[in-house]
Every structure is written in structure tokens, then in C-alpha cells.
Write a protein that binds this ligand. Structure first.
Ligand code: HEC
Length: 282
């Protein structure tokens, strides 16, 4: 990934001039959470052209499954967005929310290791000219990619996965302790215990589609506590759903985790069961 000298030299646009109170078009990026200079919880809108004025990074990507082959991308690094817009850059977690309520959480570690980029141009083209995603949907209004992705951890059979959402409409600047705290297993679990291992896996994978209250994705429409109840009441069914959802729900939208071995499924079961007391209906 290289900063583009000519564009990087453009002076940083004053925050107030890019954080608009009103939406100007459906393609504006909604931003919220803890933004510098406005009360927490305030929503603002950034125009595509304002994002194009921010410092840009250029990279050629050949390992992103959202693209048809090798693609040159130009956009703003999420680390740059945190630095320019976040109220608490040192404790910032970026949440990218898509039109279908899928959401990706970018921890500080992930940002520093993988340098994700909010893509604004593909192969020199502005977004009106972008191809569709391989699954046939629009990639815009915003998507996130990386200069290249090398997994940085492995827990049981779960390997660090590239977080490459498309159809992003909103970005939130949050605190890592708040967002991940919502799904921290209650109690003191040793690092390396199966509950802690399940937590690390669920935090990166399941949390994109399954919510705990206001945190996490809502694409699945099944909350963390519902999952906890499943894990508690019928462990074998819970594990079967994770490994092969279509075998339980014909036409399931949830992706299969066919590569998760028994130890991995057990860790997820142990982890989710820590919430089952909360999940039980009175
Ligand atoms: C890409 C989105 C997505 C991800 C990631 C995901 N799920 Fe799901 N999940 C769904 C959807 C959607 C459903 C509803 C049924 C369907 O269409 O598959 C579902 C349903 C379920 C159910 C059945 C709940 C019920 O009571 O009906 C369980 C259990 C479950 N998911 C567990 C998990 C676990 C554990 C993970 C992480 C390892 C996970 N899911 C990751 C989308 C997802």
C-alpha cells in the first residue's frame, strides 16, 4: 500500500466542512459513534467527494473475493479515518454497517495488522462504473479491502479471516471495550480455555450477523441470547447448524463452517452457554 503523494499533499479538510448535518444523497457515508467535535451518538454525513479529498492509499489487490481478478484500489485507510474523525483514536474500534445489517468490527489490532482501506476508486473508476460483486449485488456505496491479507492468528480451526464487507452505508467510531465487552463471557475465564477460544472466534465471525442488544450485526435476526439457548438446550443441533446450516434450514443464508473441527464447535458451545442463564425465558 502506498500513499499517493499528490493526493496526500492536499491539506486535511477541516472536519466541520466534511461532517454534514444533513444527507445530500443516498451515496453519502453516514458516520456516528464517537466523532471528534460533536457529542457522542451524533450522526453526520460525509459526501463521496469529501472522502476523495482525504489522504488516499493506492494498492493492487489480487486476493479479494469481492473482485474479479487483480484490481487496483484507491481509498482512505481506516486508520486515517480514525485519526481524522475519531474522538478517541487510541481506543477506537471501527464498525462498518451494511445495508443488510451485516456489520464488521475492526479492532485496533486488526487495523494495525491488515491496514484495511475504504475503497473509493477501482481500476481508476469512480463508483458509478464499478462492476457488480461476484454474487451479483452492487459493491457500493462503500466497500473495504486490504492491500493484501495474511492471516495473523489461528484459534483451533478458525483462522483470522479477511473482513471485506461491501454495501457499507455507515461507519461508527466506537470503543473496543464497549463493543467487545457486550459479548465478553461472564466470569473469569483463563486465556486458552475453550470459553475464551470460543469468544475469540465468535467475536470475529458470528458477531457480524448475530447481535447482543444494540451491538453486533442484525442480519440473522437471531440474537446472541437465542444462540445461547440453542447451545444450552441442544448442543448437537447447535453444532450441526454451525457446521452445515442448510442441513437444518433448507436455503439457509448462514454460511457453512465445514472446516470447524469438533474442538472448535465445542469451544463455541462452551462460550455461548455462558450466556444461557440470561437467555432463558422466565
Ligand atoms: C453471514 C451471516 C452469519 C454469520 C457470520 C453467522 N450466522 Fe448464524 N445465522 C445466520 C442467519 C441468516 C441465520 C438464520 C437461518 C439462516 O438463514 O441460515 C442464522 C442462524 C443461526 C442459528 C440458528 C438459530 C435459531 O435458533 O434459529 C445458530 C445456532 C447460529 N446461526 C449460530 C451461529 C454461530 C455460532 C456463528 C459463528 C460461528 C454464526 N451463526 C455465524 C447468519 C450468520
Amino acid at each position: 500500500m502506498v500513499a499517493i503523494a499528490a493526493l496526500a499533499a492536499v491539506p486535511a479538510v477541516a472536519r466541520q466542512t466534511i461532517l454534514h448535518v444533513q444527507r445530500s444523497s443516498p451515496g453519502d457515508l453516514e458516520v456516528g459513534g464517537e466523532l471528534a467535535g460533536v457529542p457522542p451518538g451524533t450522526t453526520r454525513y460525509i459526501r463521496y467527494e469529501n472522502l476523495l479529498q482525504m489522504p488516499q492509499e493506492l494498492s493492487t489487490v489480487s486476493d479479494d473475493s469481492n473482485f474479479h481478478g487483480k484490481t487496483e484500489i484507491v481509498g482512505v485507510a481506516l486508520e486515517t479515518l480514525v485519526r481524522l474523525l475519531g474522538a478517541t483514536p487510541n481506543d477506537a474500534l471501527i464498525v462498518a454497517i451494511c445495508y443488510d445489517q451485516y456489520r464488521t468490527n475492526y479492532s485496533r489490532d486488526y487495523l494495525a495488522t491488515h491496514h484495511p482501506v475504504l475503497v473509493l476508486r477501482m481500476n481508476g473508476q469512480l463508483r458509478d462504473h464499478w462492476p457488480l460483486s461476484p454474487s451479483g449485488g452492487p459493491l457500493g456505496p462503500y466497500l473495504i479491502s486490504h492491500p493484501s491479507f495474511t492471516p495473523s492468528f489461528k484459534v483451533l480451526s478458525h483462522e483470522d479471516e479477511p473482513q471485506i464487507p461491501y454495501g457499507i452505508t455507515r461507519i461508527e467510531f466506537r470503543r473496543e471495550a464497549t463493543v467487545f465487552g457486550a459479548i465478553r463471557p461472564p466470569g473469569n475465564w483463563l486465556a486458552g480455555s475453550s470459553v475464551e477460544q470460543g469468544f475469540v472466534i465468535a467475536r470475529q465471525d458470528c458477531f457480524r450477523c448475530h447481535n447482543m442488544g444494540a451491538e453486533g450485526g442484525q442480519l440473522a435476526g437471531r440474537s446472541w441470547l437465542q444462540l445461547a439457548r440453542r447451545a444450552e438446550e441442544d448442543g448437537p443441533l447447535f453444532r450441526k447448524i454451525i457446521r452445515n446450516p442448510a442441513s437444518v434450514t433448507p436455503g439457509a443464508k448462514m454460511p457453512a463452517h465445514g472446516d470447524y473441527d469438533d474442538a472448535t464447535l465445542n469451544a463455541l458451545t462452551d462460550y455461548f452457554k455462558t450466556f444461557s442463564g440470561l437467555g432463558r425465558k422466565p
